[in-house]
Design a protein around this ligand. Structure first.
Ligand SMILES: [Zn+2]
Length: 133
């Protein structure tokens, strides 16, 4: 698709001309693309703002699904270190709960997963007293 056709030139100050609208849409699309690139979770996670450092925890979610009470209880309380750990930590065979991510404070993450040495934390265990997610 040619970027410019015929002899029409971008005319700033001519409102509503086809060329202006087209170039506006092109720049809007470019801006949206740039915004999407900046909101990739991994990039935000790597930012070094010490006050609001967040890490990703993985959880199972039954939101909007019809599930058994075992799934509901587990989904409400368990945090996993990875999507794979979440998939292996399901309540029962045949569980179809979705795996979702949740950004939690880095200090909470370290407490839940003991700095990365364990892969699952359950709020019902009352083990170490971790700050709420
Ligand atoms: Zn389930």
């Amino acid at each position: 698709m040619p970027r410019r056709h015929t002899g029409v030139v971008d005319a700033p100050g001519v409102p509503g001309s086809a060329m202006n609208r087209r170039s506006f849409l092109r720049s809007a699309a470019a801006t949206l693309g740039a915004t999407a690139a900046l909101t990739i979770p991994g990039i935000r996670e790597a930012s070094a703002d010490p006050k609001r450092r967040l890490r990703t925890a993985y959880r199972l979610s039954s939101h909007g699904l019809r599930v058994c009470s075992a799934c509901k209880d587990l989904d409400a309380n368990r945090f996993f270190i990875s999507g794979d750990a979440a998939n292996k930590g399901r309540a029962h065979l045949g569980c179809n709960c979705r795996i979702v991510t949740q950004q939690i404070a880095a200090g909470t993450w370290a407490c839940y997963f003991r700095g990365g040495r364990t892969s699952v934390y359950d709020r019902r265990w009352l083990r170490p007293r971790c700050p709420p997610a």
